[in-house]
Ligand binder design. Structure first.
Ligand code: KG4
Ligand code: ZN
Length: 364
């Protein structure tokens, strides 16, 4: 099959095959992981708990709209999914009939985007006569920490993505308890909306991070929410930032261009401060020193360095996934699929997608 690469959309990662065969089947298990919940089409191939390839096709089409346009996202997934698969298999040096199971994101996410990935996974399952494995996207973000790492249980994971901000307690690979989550907007969405206010591109997180490098994070003081327990809120902060910008624009039409870097640094500082404060409460409440992060915002250098500081400040053991496993990726779906394959948790072809799929909250 010829691999098209229009506009150089593919990000590719090179891997060493160090996979360890430590499963009850006494054979290598090869899983295809298909991720299509939002605006990235990603397919990965795993061999046992190692990732052999992880291809991500970006969707640049949303940039000019300041956010993801669902219908455009579905169409891009349709265009990209076959070339993404071809590249993933090629880089993994795996033939399609060597795959043992096909894992796909069932939800949460955009209905149309999920349907493209799920239908594709089902077609492959029928054509290859291989089991289908449904994956919860938020659970997969947490399990991204099992790629290259061996987490100690139990651990607390703070997942911060474009749609979710969640604190979970991971008791074992299949027992993930929700401790707290956002009551309104997510931290990623706050980055994205603030970037839009400042005239920056989507996704806003990396754009704000770039501008913030040379900005003064103490220049603007924004509101931090008062939310009890381990839940989060970001809508008040978003409104506060918008008001500060609008009020200043009334007296200085160049306010944004003059203070863009300081605004970005102060916004980034406030969002990370809110996340860190809640994480510290979770560490104290549960007296657990094994900490992990995940989700797109976990790609932020400032956030990563604050998390790293917990090692010395709080005597924690900290897990931080590589950046390519923080933002949406097929590798986390493949690794989640590998664990489900081991316990033979397969999915019927009649299974529907779930745009509002809640994280499993089993408590043992
Ligand atoms: O997990 P993810 O890739 O997709 C979802 O499941 O939503 O997260 C996307 C979110 C977006 O809001 C994006 O702005 C944010 O992650 N993000 C970042 C960075 N890279 C991505 N936020 C802050 N700093 C970054 N470097
Ligand atoms: Zn995600």
């Amino acid at each position: 099959m010829q691999i098209k690469n229009p506009n150089n959309i593919f990000r590719r990662f090179i891997f060493n095959d160090n996979s360890v065969m430590c499963n009850k089947f006494n054979k290598n298990i090869i899983i295809l992981g298909i991720e299509s919940s939002c605006d990235d089409t990603s397919i990965a191939v795993s061999k046992n708990n190692d990732i052999l390839s992880n291809i991500v096709a970006d969707q640049k089409v949303h940039k000019k709209y300041g956010g993801v346009v669902p219908e455009l996202a579905s169409r891009e997934h349709q265009k990209n999914i076959i070339p993404t698969l071809a590249l993933a298999l090629k880089e993994a040096q795996v033939k399609i009939n060597e795959i043992d199971g096909i894992a796909f994101t069932r939800g949460p996410g955009l209905m149309g985007s999920l349907l493209v990935g799920a239908s594709f996974a089902k077609s492959l399952s029928i054509a290859l006569s291989k089991p289908l494995i449904e994956i919860n996207h938020m659970e997969a973000h947490v399990l991204a920490n099992f790629i290259d790492h061996h987490p100690n249980f139990p651990f607390i994971c703070l997942t911060v993505s474009g749609g979710h901000t969640q604190l979970v307690l991971v008791k074992d690979v299949q027992t993930i308890q929700l401790l707290g989550e956002t009551l309104d907007d997510s931290a990623g969405e706050t980055f994205d909306k603030c970037a839009k206010l400042l005239g920056l591109n989507y996704p806003g997180g990396p754009e704000i991070e770039k501008e913030a490098i040379s900005g003064d994070e103490t220049k603007f003081k924004f509101t931090t929410p008062k939310v009890d327990g381990l839940n989060f809120s970001f809508s008040g902060l978003k409104t506060n930032i918008r008001r500060v910008i609008e009020n200043n624009l009334k007296t200085d039409e160049n306010f944004i261009s003059k203070y863009k870097k300081d605004l970005c640094a102060s916004i980034q500082y406030t969002i990370i401060h809110i996340l860190m404060e809640k994480l510290k409460i979770a560490i104290e409440t549960y007296n657990i020193k094994n900490i992990a992060i995940s989700g797109g915002v976990a790609a932020n250098e400032k956030f990563r360095s604050q998390i790293k500081l917990l090692e010395t400040q709080q005597n924690c053991r900290v897990l931080i996934p590589k950046k390519e496993y923080s933002t949406d990726n097929g590798a986390m779906i493949a690794i989640a699929g590998y664990y489900k394959y081991q316990s033979q948790q397969f999915t019927k072809l009649s299974t529907d997608v779930k745009p509002r799929y809640r994280l499993n909250t089993y408590i043992k």
